[in-house]
Each structure stands twice: as C-alpha cells, then as structure tokens.
Design a protein around this ligand. Structure first.
Ligand SMILES: [Zn+2]
Length: 145
C-alpha cells in the first residue's frame, strides 16, 4: 500500500482552524490546492480556499457549493495546481471519516483533512469504502518550502 503524506504550511493550518472556529456548531469545508511530489505520494499544499457548505443539514454534513468549487479549481489550474486535499470539520464527532464521509467520498486521489473545533487536523484517504490515515506534516515558514 502506498504511503501518502501531506505537507501544509502553518498558515494553511491556521486558516483551516480559523474557518472551523468561525462556525463551531456546523461543518465547514474547503479545498486545498497544491502539487504532488515523490511519485504522487507527497501532497504539497499551496493554497487553502474555504467553500460554502450548502447542505440543508450543515450541522451533520457538508456539501460544497458547486459554483465556489469550480471557481477554486479554475484558479488552482491557473497556477498549475490540483485539488490535493478536501477539508471539513466535525463539530461533535471525532476527526475521522464518518460513515457518510466514506459513502460519499468522491476524490479517491485527494487527502481528506478532518478537523474538530479547538482540535488537531487529521488526514485520511478514502477509497472504495476503505479509509487509511495520512500523515499531516506542518511546515513552519523558516523551512525551505
Ligand atoms: Zn465528515
């Protein structure tokens, strides 16, 4: 099994955590644009884009605004990036994929980042009903990125 790993800058993590903290009772979501390195095993994040959760029941699930998703992906493409990760929050559940997340995962190649209010961010791969943890590496800006 391939070992996937994602590198995020500290500012990216802060941005995701701020988004989660801004709506602690709801699931928030967004896309992470970046590039893949090391034979597509290492995702390197370049930008975080919050996307509106348009689900009818946002306390329990998320549906990314299709319009905002398209805008973000087109912007990533301009930079030569792709969607390396999708993030969302779990207001009242642990930071691991829920049965809904597993059933509805539609990006088998991307990393699913799941955060909880005031908590850490965990990475997962979700593919064909199976989940696998993904190491999340946080890069501070002093390091060469
Ligand atoms: Zn979830």
């Amino acid at each position: 099994m391939s070992e996937t790993h994602i590198k995020l800058q500290e500012s990216h993590v802060n941005e995701i955590n701020r988004h989660i903290a801004s709506q602690p009772g709801q699931e928030v979501c967004g896309l992470v644009g970046g590039i893949w390195q090391n034979n597509d095993r290492v995702a390197v994040a370049r930008a975080v884009v919050p996307i509106k959760n348009v689900d009818a029941n946002p306390t329990l699930r998320y549906t990314m605004s299709p319009k905002e998703q398209v805008t973000a992906i087109l912007d990533f493409e301009k930079h030569g990036w792709e969607v390396v990760a999708i993030y969302h929050s779990h207001p009242g559940e642990p930071a691991r994929p829920s049965p809904t997340d597993i059933a509805e995962a539609s990006f088998p190649d991307a990393v699913y980042l799941i955060g909880i209010p005031g908590g850490d961010l965990q990475g997962w791969r979700i593919n064909k009903g199976k989940t696998q943890p993904v190491q999340v590496e946080i890069i501070t800006k002093e390091e060469n990125f």
